[in-house]
Write a protein that binds this ligand. Structure first.
Ligand code: NAD
Length: 252
């Protein structure tokens, strides 16, 4: 019998998988037995990363260029995975960006950029994968939201709106596809040191640390653990949920 949380025989697509939290997700899903296609903006770096992970865990990982904010490009990523694997069991919508500024200084382009990648990108990939998942009557969709989408963060009207939007999308889609064996859940990470958060002002990092009961930042691998669980067969009866992985920052 396959082990607990085994992903043996499963096929996964992870967006934004070349570094940070996405890379930790790719690594863990692959270690648990899934074949993974990682989609990211740059093909050279993504291919190198895919090769490294594949060698490291003796598993099958491949890379493909995608701009998730572009409908055709997102569709092509899912089509490529379907052509390669014959099915997609797991979709992790992890690609995300920030472009922070207080609203007085934020311009329309900053708003559009973040909403297009984070929110529309998630919808684009969901839209492409839902039909094949419905046909196979099995699917796990995991969308990466954020504590900012739950609580709101000053300087992030665009990002907080995109991440709150992902939660609404997750719940609506979960209701649409629940009867077809497809679960749709979101994860709301707290603060995790990655390229995304490196440049935050130190005062903000210090202020945020005070809000974390555990008194430490999260690790990419800790977010990946939650993704892997929701991606597993063991999470079959969980859908439309938002799982906070944040050291206790948000308790609702
Ligand atoms: N780091 C944190 O503290 C934190 C907290 C909450 C939520 N998150 C979310 O976790 C996810 C991963 O973030 P991270 O911290 O690993 O950041 P990161 O910047 O290290 O990784 C994001 C990845 O997404 C890719 N990407 C960006 N735009 C893309 C596009 N248009 N198409 C395809 N790929 C694209 C980037 O190239 C990059 O590899 C994001 O959705 C982020 O919002 C992060």
């Amino acid at each position: 019998m396959a082990g607990f949380m085994s992903l043996e025989g499963r096929y996964a697509v992870v967006t934004g998988g070349r570094r940070g939290i996405g890379l930790a997700i790719v690594e863990l899903l692959a270690r648990l037995g899934a074949e993974v296609m990682l989609g990211d903006r740059t093909i050279e770096e993504s291919s190198k990363v895919a090769e490294m992970v594949a060698e490291d865990c003796r598993c099958r990982v491949q890379a493909r260029q995608v701009d998730v904010s572009n409908f055709q490009s997102a569709n092509a990523l899912i089509e490529a995975a379907l052509a390669e694997f014959g099915r997609v069991d797991i979709l992790v919508n992890n690609a995300g960006v920030t472009r922070d500024a207080l609203i007085l200084r934020m311009n329309e382009e900053d708003w559009d950029y973040v909403i297009d990648i984070n929110l529309k990108g998630t919808w684009n990939c969901c839209k492409a994968v839902v039909r094949p998942m419905m046909k196979q009557r099995y699917g796990r969709i995991i969308n990466i939201s954020s504590v900012s989408g739950l609580a709101g963060q000053a300087g992030q009207t665009n990002y907080s709106a995109s991440k709150a939007g992902i939660i609404g999308l997750t719940k609506a889609l979960a209701r649409e596809v629940a009867s077809r064996g497809i679960t749709v859940n979101a994860i709301a990470p707290g603060f995790v040191p990655t390229a995304l958060t490196n440049n935050l002002p130190q005062e903000l990092k210090d202020a945020m640390m005070k809000l974390i009961p555990m008194g430490r930042w999260g690790e990419p691998a800790e977010i990946a653990n939650a993704v892997a669980f929701l991606a597993s067969s063991e999470a079959a009866y969980i859908t439309g949920q938002v799982l906070s992985v944040d050291g206790g920052m948000m308790m609702m």
